[in-house]
Design a protein around this ligand. Structure first.
Ligand SMILES: *[C@@H]1O[C@H](CO)[C@@H](O)[C@H](O)[C@H]1NC(C)=O
Ligand SMILES: *[C@@H]1O[C@H](CO)[C@@H](O)[C@H](O)[C@H]1NC(C)=O
Ligand SMILES: *[C@@H]1O[C@H](CO)[C@@H](O)[C@H](O)[C@H]1NC(C)=O
Ligand SMILES: *[C@@H]1O[C@H](CO)[C@@H](O)[C@H](O)[C@H]1NC(C)=O
Ligand SMILES: *[C@@H]1O[C@H](CO)[C@@H](O)[C@H](O)[C@H]1NC(C)=O
Length: 535
């Protein structure tokens, strides 16, 4: 039943020659994505006092989202990824209602829980007006019905549109072996409360129907990109055909921390991009007792193993994983994680509520309604995110090659990660630390600029001058991240209209005076300010 790898490869060669030249992928790399869970983003009336149950509908709508686009745009995002938009089952199941949009019943009707077709089209028009890209989540692996937990599930196939017959589906079996491709692709996922009837995505009739469907969907609603849910659970050969039919940049969910398992989707030409689960795991560990060296190790593996790491989505939170702050509530730590996401290689992806330091754990508690925050635009992570997006958007505006320039790791150890991205006077040099808000003063010298270049640390609005080796001394305190750009790059951005000299802060002195020198970068040319600390 499964095609051979060979047929996947030849399908890839055909597909990607077309796709790579289409506008999609390169434009998407310049974007920064805010992930919206439609039911939890904003209600039509914009009210912020509505309480709801985590597993039921909360009442967010497309109109509510349209009315609150300033919140997203003022944070500097240039794309949104939203919940699936088509009609879902209406049953109340043992695992709740279909508020998330993943329990599709009819591909040819929009989900009226989120609004009317006119309201959706109004949202699309407003996004175009603001030049915000729209990415829509789509489900290709299965269709869903309520399930009373009696095996085998009783499915009324006639209720599905268009796959209204048993012949389009794999016979029931429960996924039990996550190492066996055949098992996790052909069997039914998570049978509990709902049955996820597994489509035969290798059946030519199914492939052709889904191709036509997605082509219409993209064109009817001017969709700019897709997230393909559970991409790992459909057969390889299906994916490039589906992506080609869609004709827009797509990233597929491939939930794995193993480099080869992830990268093969790009090297075989199955998918243009994926959310970067490879870095997700070590990044979380680095802030919770692990080391940044594990992040750079996997980054290097991916750089050689994947074809295009710049098309991977950087994230620390999404709607499937416990919130970053459910594990570590320290605000400084969350700031460092946010800085990584926005300044690293790849397409930054921030999940709604991350900028409000939401702390929900496992699903559905990681899906808090955003209105609980009152859309506070002065929240520290909101303010930080808007500055970081400004830095990135500005660097892209000044140099179109910025997104495709590979970051250089300047320092990586248990406490610090420093990277540099870009070239000439368009470099961004940043350091993150896992020291937390309890972290004391510390300083390290980092190279990466031109000799004697005037630089600005944009989060604290402090100026400094690189020495003749292009090094700058970075003063850490209380575990805050640091982000430096050339002073010349700031003009016209509105960032740091005024700056003060960058010197060590006054006050508490615990942990001061530790010296770190970026590996080998200072070489023989060490002089000036960097040399002061070598004593
Ligand atoms: C809708 O299309 C998706 C593929 O995009 C498929 O997985 C899903 O089962 C279809 N649902 C129905 C009800 O046809
Ligand atoms: C399906 O298999 C999983 C193990 O992968 C098991 O935990 C679950 O109880 C099974 N469910 C059914 C309905 O057989
Ligand atoms: C796209 O629009 C046409 C014309 O209104 C409609 O017939 C078709 O069902 C729509 N397709 C989808 C996938 O929404
Ligand atoms: C990915 O890169 C490898 C090695 O350079 C190349 O052989 C392969 O054709 C590329 N695949 C695609 C889909 O571009
Ligand atoms: C930072 O990393 C060090 C070294 O692994 C570890 O001892 C420390 O606990 C980490 N800090 C935090 C806040 O996780």
């Amino acid at each position: 039943m499964k095609g051979s790898i060979l047929s996947a490869v030849s399908a890839a060669a055909l597909t990607f020659s077309g796709l790579a030249s289409a506008a999609g992928i390169e434009e998407w790399k310049t974007r920064s994505v805010y992930q919206v869970m439609t039911d939890r983003y904003a209600r039509t009336d914009g009210s912020t006092d509505h309480e709801c149950e985590a597993h039921l509908f909360c009442g967010g709508t497309w109109k509510g989202l349209m009315n609150k686009l300033d919140y997203i745009q003022d944070m500097g995002f240039t794309a949104i990824q939203i919940s699936p938009i088509v009609k879902n089952i209406e049953e109340h199941t043992a695992v709740g209602d279909a508020y998330h949009g993943y329990w599709v019943e009819d591909n040819y009707s929009l989900n009226d829980k989120f609004g009317t077709e006119k309201e959706f089209k109004d949202l699309v028009a407003e996004l175009k007006k603001r030049d915000i890209f729209l990415m829509v989540d789509v489900v290709v692996n299965n269709m869903v019905q309520g399930f009373d937990n009696v095996i085998p599930p009783k499915i009324d196939y006639s209720r599905f549109n268009p796959f209204d017959d048993k012949k389009y589906f794999h016979p029931y079996c429960n996924v039990t072996d996550w190492e066996d491709t055949q098992n996790y692709q052909d069997c039914w996922l998570y049978p509990y409360g709902v049955a996820l009837a597994d489509l035969k995505t290798e059946d030519p009739a199914v492939v052709s129907e889904l191709g036509n469907w997605v082509k219409e969907l993209v064109s009817n609603y001017s969709i700019d990109g897709l997230r393909i849910d559970a991409a790992k659970h459909v057969n390889d050969e299906f994916l490039p055909k589906f992506v080609e039919a869609a004709g827009v940049f797509s990233w597929g969910e491939v939930l794995t921390g193993v480099t080869n398992d992830m990268c093969r989707y790009q090297t075989l030409g199955l998918l243009p991009g994926m959310p970067n689960y490879l870095e997700y795991y070590p990044l979380n560990e680095a802030f919770n007792g692990g080391s940044f060296t594990d992040v750079t190790k996997i980054k290097n593996e991916a750089a050689t193993g994947c074809n295009d790491t710049f098309a991977l989505g950087s994230f620390v939170e999404n709607h499937d994983m416990p919130r970053f702050a459910s594990r570590n509530q320290d605000l400084a730590i969350a700031k460092n994680a946010m800085a990584y996401i926005l300044l690293n290689d790849g397409i930054p992806t921030v999940y709604q509520g991350q900028e409000q330091h939401f702390k929900g754990g496992e699903t559905p508690f990681n899906r808090e309604p955003l209105w609980e925050s009152k859309y506070n635009t002065e929240a520290p992570l909101y303010v930080l995110t808007s500055k970081l997006n400004k830095v990135r958007n500005n660097a892209i505006k000044r140099d179109e090659n910025y997104v495709d320039s590979k970051s250089e790791v300047l320092k990586a150890d248990t406490n610090y990660l420093c990277q540099k991205k870009g070239s000439g006077d368009n470099v961004v040099v940043w350091c993150i630390t896992n020291k937390s808000s309890q972290g004391g003063k510390d300083r390290i010298s980092i190279a990466g600029f031109e000799a004697a270049e005037e630089v600005v640390e944009v989060l604290g609005c402090k100026h400094n001058q690189a020495d003749v080796a292009g090094s700058v001394t970075i003063y850490f305190n209380k575990g805050e991240p640091k982000v430096y750009v050339s002073a010349a790059a700031l003009k016209g951005t509105g960032l740091c209209p005024e700056t003060v000299p960058d010197v060590e802060e006054e006050g508490d002195d615990s942990g001061a005076g530790v010296l770190g020198v970026s590996g080998g970068l200072l070489a023989a040319a060490v002089v000036g300010s960097a040399a002061m600390f070598l004593a």
